[in-house]
Design a protein. Structure first.
Length: 413
């Protein structure tokens, strides 16, 4: 299959449906095929040897029939082509998980002797742990966006940011950060925003990371990761993937390609509901603080006055579970699960309080979600009147907003 991206003349919604599938009609197919082969026959062993030598030297995608599933897979290649197109990148390389993808990027830079990483908190908890623990022989300097340029050293191989960040949804000016990086590649974790809301390459990022498990898949039934980048970086990543075996399974590639086709529709619908829930939470006396990005999106984080664990225990429609990006709404306590692996002081430095809850808003009706959340939050304590102060804490969501209504805190404010 020809995986060279065409000129970007189509809208993102159209690309989401058609990218990676342009050859199907000529093949007499409508749906993309699923290739589960682990190996492929060839009677020309001399030609195979030459192709393998070329891959070992360049990391370029093999031309012609596949050889072995750890080298390449046609179904996964379709997903990579589509994701690269959506992100506006030259190439994409898929992995077994988001953490496998990040590991590969770090290893590529470390192989050049560039073992120092500059990073901005908060990041996803396991990303933070991977950098801090030194498991890959790296050293990390944590800084704020303004301090990136001063933190860069001769052996700095990477600057990493996540925006909107997990779980506080804080945002970073990517163009300013990219300028601060100079010649050092900027890696942006774009899992929360997706290319529907933000394309970091357009703002100067060299590498874009996704936990494809989340919004790209969108249904909570597939594990994967992907890196969108320039072709030179992709070639190095393919070599690491082949050597380490962190390949994406073809079935996962099939599901992710299918997930991309509805990504714009899902993301916009979920974002609209999330914005409405953020508005109601901001007007609720049981809530101390609401975090919702200027960029928008389907994630809402909020800090409660009461016990956050009681909220987790009290939801019935909303699923109390780690992860995010599914068609159903999930809620979790970052200090207990997604960011538990980070030390308490580092969580606090990253703005992750013990009363913070993170909610991934799905495709359910906003009124149904609010009723469940309202009941789980319980009665307002010490409130003398107001919607949240009634017995049972039932909010009058049909009433006009109070003049004193608080707006959700936007990242960067």
């Amino acid at each position: 299959m020809d995986t060279t991206p065409p000129a970007p003349t189509r809208s993102l919604a159209t690309e989401a449906v058609h990218a990676g599938r342009e050859d199907l009609a000529a093949l007499g197919l409508h749906a993309a095929p699923l290739d589960l082969s682990t190996t492929y026959p060839s009677h020309d062993s001399r030609a195979e040897a030459a192709r393998l030598d070329e891959f070992a030297a360049t990391g370029a995608r093999l031309q012609g029939p596949p050889v072995y599933a750890r080298l390449d897979n046609p179904t996964v290649a379709r997903f990579e082509t589509a994701l690269a197109r959506l992100e506006g990148a030259e190439a994409a390389v898929a992995f077994a998980s988001g953490m496998a993808a990040l590991t590969a990027v770090v290893l590529v830079r470390a192989a050049r002797g560039l073992r120092h990483v500059v990073a901005v908190r908060p990041l996803y908890g396991c990303s933070d742990h991977l950098l801090t623990s030194g498991l890959l022989g790296t050293e990390v300097t944590w800084t704020d966006p303004a301090g990136i340029a001063d933190a860069i050293r001769p052996d700095t191989g990477l600057v990493m940011v996540e925006t909107p960040a997990n779980p506080t949804l804080s945002e970073i000016d990517l163009r300013a950060v990219a300028h601060s990086c100079g010649s050092v590649p900027l890696l942006v974790d774009n899992t929360f925003a997706t290319p529907v809301l933000q394309r970091p390459v357009e703002h100067g990022a060299r590498i874009v990371l996704h936990s494809a498990t989340k919004y790209l898949g969108g249904h909570g039934d597939v594990l994967g990761g992907v890196v969108a980048c320039d072709e030179e970086t992709a070639r190095e990543l393919r070599k690491v993937r082949f050597a380490t075996g962190g390949v994406l399974h073809p079935l996962a590639g099939y599901l992710l390609l299918r997930g991309l086709s509805t990504l714009p529709v899902r993301m916009r619908a979920q974002s609209a509901t999330a914005a409405e829930l953020a508005r109601r939470l901001a007007d609720d006396p049981r809530i101390a603080r609401v975090h919702y990005p200027e960029l928008g999106g389907a994630m809402v984080s909020f800090e409660v006055h009461g016990d956050p664990h009681e909220v987790i225990a009290g939801v019935r429609l909303i699923t109390p579970a780690v992860s995010l990006g599914s068609v159903d709404t999930l809620i979790q306590h970052p200090g207990s699960i997604s960011h538990r692996i980070i030390g308490e002081d580092d969580r606090r430095t990253g703005g992750i309080s013990e009363r913070l809850l993170r909610m991934s808003v799905g495709l359910e009706d906003a009124e149904d979600l609010w009723r469940d959340l309202d009941a789980a939050l319980g009665p307002a304590r010490g409130a003398a009147g107001g919607a949240g102060g009634r017995a049972g804490g039932a909010a009058d969501v049909s009433a006009a907003p109070s003049p004193r209504r608080r707006e959700p805190e936007r990242a960067g404010r």
